[in-house]
Design a protein around this ligand. Structure first.
Ligand SMILES: NC(=O)C1=CN([C@@H]2O[C@H](COP(=O)(O)OP(=O)(O)OC[C@H]3O[C@@H](n4cnc5c(N)ncnc54)[C@H](OP(=O)(O)O)[C@@H]3O)[C@@H](O)[C@H]2O)C=CC1
Ligand SMILES: O=C(O)[C@@H]1CCC=N1
Length: 282
């Protein structure tokens, strides 16, 4: 069976990461078309990825052109734009086209209300490590979406990460852990490297040490799933009364465990808050 034709509306950080994962997984470039707002961005992205990219700035109907004949449409614009883009493209979509949103906070119901009746919809929450084949995607199906369509979209993402089909009510929690999660790891890397510089290390070396340490620790977490959890792996590094123990005590004294939980939960709450704001916009 030939690869599905994909239209990506918006090609910024998230859809760019998804596209990079798809192309690395062997999806043919001629089976993908994307759109951006600005012409300069369209040109840069077309050169970067080797696909056709149309700009709204150059052609008002860029999104309509892109979705005609598409099997899967991936909406990668900002949350407040999703419903308007659904309304814009609804009559250009093939009835079988699966409208897949990556936006935080935008519900299946909001999208279905803006599309024609029975258009298949999928709400996802991906993360940017899809760009390197190590992403996470949470996926919730709409009311007219068949299991075969869920499978089709899951397979597109599975080439570049782990896919979790779950009730829509759990998407915000997944956002707090995995959608926003890469930023927490990058934040940790920033401050581990900064500490190294403050202790006299060359900045390049400090950045390399932080990156490689988080990369190695991440691989250990994944490879040891089922045999040793994160807490066990942490204990394995922590010699009694040694250096790591002093570091972890310092984190605990500063309330860092509670702060990390509060941060992830605040991300999820912010998603719910945006849903509220979008709902009251009507
Ligand atoms: N960044 C992340 O890690 C994650 C983001 N998301 C979700 O992904 C979505 C996009 O976020 P992100 O990629 O960070 O945002 P970006 O600002 O990086 O990208 C937005 C893209 O949309 C394009 N765009 C704007 N208006 C239109 C339009 N009317 N038609 C077509 N394209 C348009 C922009 O064009 P131009 O290039 O010209 O500016 C840009 O390419 C959001 O809904 C967010 O919730 C979900 C999970 C993780
Ligand atoms: O920060 C955001 O709102 C988006 C959604 C998850 C990650 N980035």
């Amino acid at each position: 069976m030939s690869a599905p034709k994909i239209a990506m509306l918006g090609l910024g950080s998230m859809n760019g990461a998804i596209l990079a994962g798809l192309l690395s997984g062997g999806h043919p470039v001629e089976q993908v078309v994307a759109t951006t707002r600005s012409a300069s961005s369209a040109q840069a992205k077309a050169e970067q990825y080797g696909i056709t990219v149309l700009a709204e700035e150059s052609a008002e109907d860029a999104n309509l052109q892109a979705v005609r004949g598409a099997d899967v449409v991936v909406l990668g614009v900002k949350p407040h734009q999703i419903v308007d883009v659904c309304a814009q493209i609804k009559d250009a979509l093939a009835p079988r086209a699966v409208v897949t949103s990556v936006a935080a906070a935008v519900t299946v119901k909001m999208m279905e209300s803006a599309l024609n009746p029975d258009q298949p919809v999928i709400r996802t929450m991906p993360n940017t490590p899809l760009s390197v084949g190590l992403g996470v995607v949470g996926l919730a199906a709409g009311t007219s979406t068949t299991p075969a369509q869920v499978q089709q979209v899951s397979e597109l993402f599975a080439a570049s990460g782990s896919v979790h089909v779950l009730p829509e009510s759990q998407i915000d929690a997944l956002t707090g852990v995995a959608g926003s999660g890469p930023a927490y790891a990058f934040y940790l890397a920033e401050h581990m490297a900064a500490a190294g510089v403050e202790m006299g290390l060359d900045p390049e070396l400090a950045a390399d040490l932080a990156a490689q340490t988080l990369y190695g620790a991440g691989r250990m977490l994944v490879q040891n799933r089922g045999s040793a959890d994160a807490a066990q792996l942490r204990r394995n590094v922590t010699s009694p009364n040694g250096t790591t123990q002093r570091a972890i005590e310092t984190f605990d004294d500063a309330g860092m465990a509670a702060t990390i939980r509060a941060g992830a939960q605040a991300s999820a709450r912010r998603a719910a808050e945006i849903t509220e704001q979008l709902s009251s916009r009507g």
